[in-house]
Design a protein around this ligand. Structure first.
Ligand code: LLP
Length: 381
């Protein structure tokens, strides 16, 4: 499945993207969404311009978390009226950028932020549409570093403060309250977590109605749908049907209410692999190390979240002499390890390996640490 012949002259490590798989994934998403549902691709997962353009052309919106992402999304052709902008710390220039470009909404995380947006909108003679990001205190079965929906996390407005903040919106002339926003975390495989979020939103909507707050136009449930890191070839396209059905079944939308999603990983995760070359194989009394020319600077997820990426020797797949390796990078950090005690066909210097499922939070999180160059990107066409 990898064009290893084509890879021969290329400087490793590099990202290789399967845009045909992205096209298939985008088709599934479009098929699954009802008319009142909107998918905003979470740009933070991968902002490679070629990928952004393909997603924009498919008609998705964009979920941005910085001024830089808003610029990248606009540049790639996303319609401003389909851009949502979240983030617990928005700078004044970023808010102005959103206002000047007429983005769909600001997902607001605090009263001080709301007041600054109102002030800046008034200076520009505009009105900012805002959704309030509510912290639903719903846990998710995922790594602690990528949970966001608990009260201990920095994100969002506490549920108990929700009515007060909505009322505050009404007092500010340059903000318009248009909905509620939530996001409980990332790489979530248990649909019950999304069900729990739905039930919490139902509760909150009932509470608001009882308090006389009605006519909320938008509910944004964030992203978080996980992908199969263990067996990417068995599940190249995530199960958007079951994911969306979970909301269809459990979330009680009010008449006319629009439902928004912000998936990142599930859109681009499986389309990307990090391709690296084996530099050395070295053994000591207890270990056999496979040392790659790619490291945590190219793909930080294993070091940062203990994440698993399947490693495939793509030069030597037919060899059935399976040996056990610790697969590591060249960076001067003990945590620069991709995977330990990993069984793989016997591997030698010069072989190419693919670190699979690296399309999301891979290239975009690469760094220059150790003065290493950033990995290049190549595409299937
Ligand atoms: N919406 C909001 C408000 C978010 O904070 C995030 C992700 C998303 C949507 C998209 O989530 P997704 O559908 O991709 O799960 N770097 C970490 C993931 C960090 C996610 C941050 N927020 C990783 O490599 O696992």
């Amino acid at each position: 499945m990898f064009p290893t012949e084509r890879f021969k002259g290329l400087q490793t490590p590099f990202y290789y993207y399967d845009t045909a798989l992205l096209a298939e994934t985008l088709d599934v998403i479009r098929r699954e969404l009802d008319d009142h549902m909107h998918m905003h691709y979470a740009v933070k997962a991968n902002a490679n311009p070629v990928i952004l353009r393909q997603i924009a052309e498919a008609g998705l919106g964009a979920d941005c978390v910085s001024g830089g992402e808003i610029s990248a999304a606009l540049e790639a052709g996303f319609a401003p009226e389909r851009i949502v902008y979240a983030g617990v710390g928005k700078s004044d220039w970023e808010i102005r950028l959103g206002l000047e470009n007429g983005i769909f909404c600001f997902n607001v995380e605090s009263i001080p932020e709301l007041e600054v947006i109102n002030q800046l909108a008034s200076e520009l003679g505009r009105t900012a549409s805002v959704c309030l990001r509510i912290n639903p205190n719903v846990g998710a079965h995922t790594h602690a570093n990528i949970q966001t929906g608990l009260s201990e996390n920095k994100f969002g407005i506490d549920m108990q403060d929700m009515e007060g903040v909505i009322r505050r919106c009404g007092e500010l002339a340059h903000v318009k309250f248009i909905g509620l926003h939530f996001h409980i975390g990332s790489q979530i495989m248990e649909m019950d977590d999304f069900k729990a979020l739905s039930l919490r939103i139902n509760e909150l909507q009932d509470r608001l109605e009882a308090a006389g707050i009605t006519g909320i136009e938008n509910i944004n449930v964030g992203g978080g749908l996980g992908i199969d890191y263990k067996e990417p070839d068995e599940h190249p396209v995530p199960d958007f049907k079951t994911y969306i059905d979970t909301y269809r079944r459990n979330l009680k939308l009010r008449p006319g209410q629009q439902l928004h999603f912000e998936c990142g990983r599930a859109v681009v995760g499986q389309m990307g692999s990090l391709i690296a070359r084996v530099l050395y194989v070295k053994e000591n009394a207890i270990k056999r190390f496979c040392i790659l020319d790619a490291g945590m600077t190219d793909l930080i997820r294993p070091a940062l979240y203990d994440a698993y990426h399947k490693v495939q020797n793509i030069s030597n797949e037919c060899n059935n002499n399976i040996l056990v390796y610790d697969i590591v990078g060249p960076v001067c950090e003990s945590s620069d390890v991709f995977v330990k005690n990993y069984g793989m066909p016997e591997t030698k210097r010069g072989d190419l390996v693919a670190l699979r499922s690296a399309g999301a939070y891979g290239e975009i999180m690469a760094s220059h640490y150790n003065c290493r160059p950033l990995p290049q990107a190549y595409f299937d066409k």
